[in-house]
Design a protein around this ligand. Structure first.
Ligand SMILES: *Cc1c(COP(=O)(O)O)cnc(C)c1O
Length: 338
């Protein structure tokens, strides 16, 4: 019952992704509490699988990790050196000339990394800015130079080759370890691997890593079942009505637990050992209703994330992406780690 997280599958996915980039070190991206799955359990499992480089978004996340990761690890902070950030024991990825000068003034001699913008226009030092500070930055020996791909989950998107070329151009002659690929970039092939790869979502069973082992199973307790007659409706807004007599089960989770309301009426199911029970009516804050007429006996729990309906399937029905489903999964579930 509750949210089951298979740490063995996380480890297997890490090894599989690392194996696809044999020439590179494989880091692990564990921002947002390891994509919502619980960094205190997931990160040590990744360490055990061989990861020594970890990426988080914020310095505060990095400090949380530092407390339980051994000293032979590096923790990179993707937001870089923000004002007031506690950067002891972690490595800021500096994203602008402003961050670069702030960091080099306040932390001389301390390790840092650089992010270059190769075209995504979200984070990173732009080519013209890089031309100005490049020599000074390289003289200080960055631990890593990274950039990030905007469209790596679409292998044929022309932005991939364009960003690759821009990154190669900006880093030509730099004697510093380089990193461009996240999960999608690993799958684009060796040109994209450089010295270090940064998988995130693929570790947790999400697309675009189609071969990923599933990591999450989410089972929801059935609170109540009832018979509903033809013509009666179910749920807020009376958006669904029975066209024949049926049995409805109400389970204890809703959009407050990250099960997006936008999946209402889109064909999502709950599952009883592989038998689909269509979700009917609107997903509400704490409750979901499903048609369980097909079941001879209604079990104690029904699955909403399981091999028959994976994270990305559910995301597609809700008009979202696997990343958002994962990071939204709430904290009211009882969590078990396998
Ligand atoms: C989130 C993130 C990653 C990991 O991306 P996935 O698509 O989850 O593998 C890697 N690099 C950066 C800069 C990121 O922000």
């Amino acid at each position: 019952m509750g949210l089951q997280i298979d740490l063995g599958a996380v480890q297997a996915n890490y090894r599989a992704l690392a194996g696809k980039a044999p020439g590179a070190r494989a880091a692990a991206v564990v921002k947002a509490d390891a994509y919502g799955l619980g960094a205190p359990r997931v990160v040590p499992a990744l360490y055990e699988a061989g990861a020594r480089d970890f990426f988080v978004a914020l310095a505060s996340e990095g400090q949380t990790l530092r407390a339980f990761l051994p000293d032979d690890t590096r923790i990179f902070i993707l937001s870089g050196h923000m004002e007031g950030a506690e950067l002891t024991g972690v490595i800021p990825v500096l994203n602008s000339p402003r961050q670069f000068f702030r960091d080099r003034t306040m932390r001389p001699g301390q390790p840092f990394a650089i992010q270059l913008d190769s075209g995504m226009n979200r984070l990173g030092i732009e080519p013209a800015q890089w031309a100005v500070i490049r020599d000074e930055a390289l003289a200080d020996q960055p631990a890593l130079i990274i950039s990030h791909l905007a469209c790596a989950d679409e292998p044929d998107h022309p932005a991939n080759a364009m960003q690759l070329a821009a990154f190669q151009q900006m880093t030509a002659g730099c004697d510093v370890p380089l990193s461009l690929a996240a999960t999608g970039g690993i799958l684009l092939g060796p040109d994209y691997h450089f010295d270090l790869v940064r998988p995130g979502v693929g570790l947790y069973g999400g697309q675009p890593f189609a071969e990923a082992q599933p990591v999450v199973r989410l089972s929801l307790p059935v609170i109540q079942t009832r018979d509903v007659q033809a013509g009666e409706f179910v749920g807020y807004g009376a958006t669904w009505s029975a066209d024949k007599p049926c049995q409805i089960a109400t389970v204890a989770a809703g959009y407050a637990d990250g099960l997006l309301r936008t999946m209402s009426g889109q064909g999502a199911n709950l599952y009883a050992a592989g038998t689909a029970c269509p979700i009917v009516g609107r997903v509400s804050m704490d409750l979901i209703t499903a048609d369980v007429t097909a079941l001879a006996q209604v079990p104690e729990t029904l699955d909403i994330i399981c091999p028959a309906q994976k994270i990305d399937d559910l995301a597609g029905l809700a008009g979202s992406i696997g990343y958002e489903i994962l990071t939204s999964l709430g904290h009211r579930y009882e969590r078990t780690y396998l």
